[in-house]
Each structure stands twice: as structure tokens, then as C-alpha cells.
Write a protein that binds this ligand. Structure first.
Ligand SMILES: Nc1ncnc2c1ncn2[C@@H]1O[C@H](COP(=O)(O)OP(=O)(O)OP(=O)(O)O)[C@@H](O)[C@H]1O
Ligand SMILES: O=P(O)(O)OC[C@H]1O[C@H](OP(=O)(O)OP(=O)(O)O)[C@H](O)[C@@H]1O
Ligand SMILES: [Mg+2]
Length: 282
């Protein structure tokens, strides 16, 4: 049986449960449930604080966890990411009032407030900068107004929180983060149960990122058309009853689908259709 840690709160929690549900796993019905056994799939889910997940997984008591890359690195726990899940994307930046600093090298002697002191202390040390790091649990942007720090280091998504506090980022981003699947460092990923779990999540990612495209085209243009729709491996090309025409079927990235349809139309393709993919195993 696989034992899997799932975020119980915050930005990771809803999308993680939605992805597991799409992958065919039972998920909890109410937020007070902390453990759920999915008998049909022989998987036990533990709903834990996102910050604690890498620590539980590194202990080896849980086989797999879903957390944020930034939380994994901040914990310093012996766990490693084995799959990127594409949600809870953010970047991690230093920020301050305009004119305070233009890069990490300017931070010597300053005070930096953050909820991610593991990441920040390492980044300062890697850059040879001696600054004081103050830990705050959240709402870090306010630390500057209240005089607790001159600089903050925090998660930025839209930048709204920073703008509202009159702050701006400076220097290079410290890291880019997204939700990831983690395993204890060095644990094998080729175990059948782990592979099945990863294939299910990869199936959800494919279903979200691709649509199936079908079209008819004159046989003499099929090579040009297939160059636009190469598929993941190779498109299916079938003869049509109407002589000189073929039907093509290929997966295309959802984000490019409209542009590809326009270009196929210009090549002479007709009956161009896209349909959603509900589930996939590649
Ligand atoms: N506004 C945001 N947009 C995208 N990802 C975010 C955002 N805020 C936090 N994250 C990501 O979510 C994870 C943090 O989850 P966590 O539950 O600890 O904090 P949270 O989502 O800020 O919730 P809260 O602070 O309310 O507990 C990190 O990986 C972080 O990069
Ligand atoms: O760039 P934005 O789109 O504004 O998002 C970033 C903000 O979101 C998170 O805060 P959250 O709402 O989780 O509050 P917290 O600071 O208490 O964690 C994060 O800590 C930033 O403050
Ligand atoms: Mg937060």
C-alpha cells in the first residue's frame, strides 16, 4: 500500500486534491478528515501541513508527498522532487521600498523578514552576505511598514501584495516554485506502485495540456500538415472514401490549438475539430 502526504491547507491544497480526484483517487469530503484510505486503489492519504510534508516523507514513514518546491528546499529535509505538477507556480524574491537595494550584494548588515529562512539564509551565505534574518509566519509585506525589517523575501505570484504595500522586487529571483511530487532522497522510483501513481498524475497533466485534433486534407499536403501536428509520437493518417484525401488525428498542445487550426485551414485542411482528452496513459 502507498502512503501519500497531501497538503491540508493553503494554495496547494485545493489543486492537489482536484488533481488526485481527476487521477481516479478518492479524496476527503470535509476538511477535518486527516487520513483517508482509498481501498479500491490501495492508497492511504494523509492530509498534512504543506510545510511538514517533506519532513514526513524524508523520514520514510510516508512513500510520497505533494508539496511546493520552495517548501521542500526551505525544510532542508532529505526528500527530492520526482515530478512537477504545474500548479501553485510562484517566484521567490527579495523586495523592499524603492531605492533600498538593487541586489543581494547590497544586503550586508540589513534585516530580512521571511517565512522561508532556510532558503534565505542559504542564499545569503552562497552570496557571501552577512544579514540578519527574522522569521515571520505570513503577511511578511507588512514587516517593512512596521519597522521589523528593511527587506523581505517572499513568494510573488501576481505582485499585488507587494504593490499594495508599496514594495518592489530587486535583484535576480531567488527561485521559481511549483507543486511537486517528492520521495525520500535516493528511494527507488521504479517500484510498480510508485510508477502507477506517477503514470496516473502524468495522465492528468497530459489531459489538461493537450487536445485531440482531427482534420481532413488532400494527400499531397499531408506532409506539410503533419509538420504542424506532429503529435506526441506520430499522428494517425487514414485514407478517406473521397479519393485523394486523408484524415489525420494527432494530439496538440491546448495553448497552440487555435493557431494550428488557422494554419491547417490555410493549407487546405477542412473539418478541423478538437476534442478534450479526459484521461491518458502514454
Ligand atoms: N499567491 C500564491 N500563488 C501561487 N502560489 C502560492 C501563492 N502563495 C503561496 N503559494 C505557494 O503555495 C505554497 C505555500 O503553501 P502554504 O499553504 O504554506 O501557504 P499559502 O498558500 O500561502 O497558505 P497560507 O499562508 O494561507 O497558509 C508554496 O509552494 C508557495 O510557493
Ligand atoms: O503576488 P501575489 O499574487 O500577491 O501573491 C503573493 C502573496 O501570496 C501569499 O500570501 P498569502 O495570501 O498566502 O498570505 P501569507 O503572506 O499570510 O502567507 C504570499 O506569501 C504573498 O504574500
Ligand atoms: Mg501564504
Amino acid at each position: 500500500m502507498l502512503r501519500i502526504a497531501v497538503p491540508n491547507k493553503g494554495s496547494l491544497s485545493g489543486p492537489a486534491a482536484a488533481m488526485l480526484h481527476e487521477a481516479g483517487y478518492r479524496q476527503r469530503k470535509e476538511s477535518k478528515e486527516l487520513v483517508l484510505f482509498d481501498r479500491a486503489n490501495d492508497v492511504e492519504f494523509f492530509y498534512l501541513r504543506p510545510r511538514d510534508i517533506a519532513i514526513y516523507v524524508s523520514s520514510g514513514r510516508l512513500d510520497i508527498g505533494i508539496t511546493g518546491r520552495d517548501l521542500l528546499l526551505d525544510s532542508g529535509a532529505g526528500a527530492e522532487e520526482i515530478l512537477q505538477l504545474g500548479f501553485a507556480r510562484s517566484t521567490f524574491h527579495y523586495a523592499a521600498r524603492p531605492g533600498t537595494a538593487s541586489g543581494v550584494a547590497d544586503l550586508g548588515g540589513m534585516t530580512v523578514a521571511t517565512s522561508y529562512e532556510g532558503v534565505v539564509e542559504k542564499h545569503l551565505a552562497d552570496n557571501g552576505v552577512a544579514a540578519t534574518v527574522v522569521h515571520l509566519d505570513g503577511a511578511v509585506e507588512t514587516a517593512i511598514q512596521l519597522g521589523v525589517a528593511q527587506v523581505i523575501a517572499d513568494v510573488v505570484e501576481t505582485g499585488t501584495s507587494l504593490r499594495n504595500a508599496g514594495l518592489e522586487t530587486f535583484g535576480e529571483p531567488i527561485m521559481a516554485s511549483e507543486a511537486v511530487v517528492v520521495r525520500p532522497t535516493g528511494a527507488p522510483t521504479d517500484e510498480p506502485e510508485v510508477q502507477k501513481f506517477l503514470r496516473r498524475l502524468q495522465g492528468v497533466l497530459v489531459a489538461r495540456r493537450y487536445v485531440m485534433m482531427d482534420y481532413d486534407i488532400r494527400a499531397e499536403h499531408v506532409d506539410q500538415a503533419v509538420a504542424l501536428t506532429p503529435g506526441l509520437e506520430s499522428p494517425t493518417v487514414s485514407p478517406l472514401h473521397h479519393e485523394g484525401w486523408v484524415a489525420v488525428r494527432a494530439m496538440v498542445p491546448t495553448s497552440d490549438a487555435q493557431r494550428i487550426m488557422d494554419e491547417l485551414y490555410d493549407l487546405g485542411a477542412r473539418a478541423i475539430l478538437t476534442t478534450g482528452i479526459h484521461a491518458a496513459r502514454l
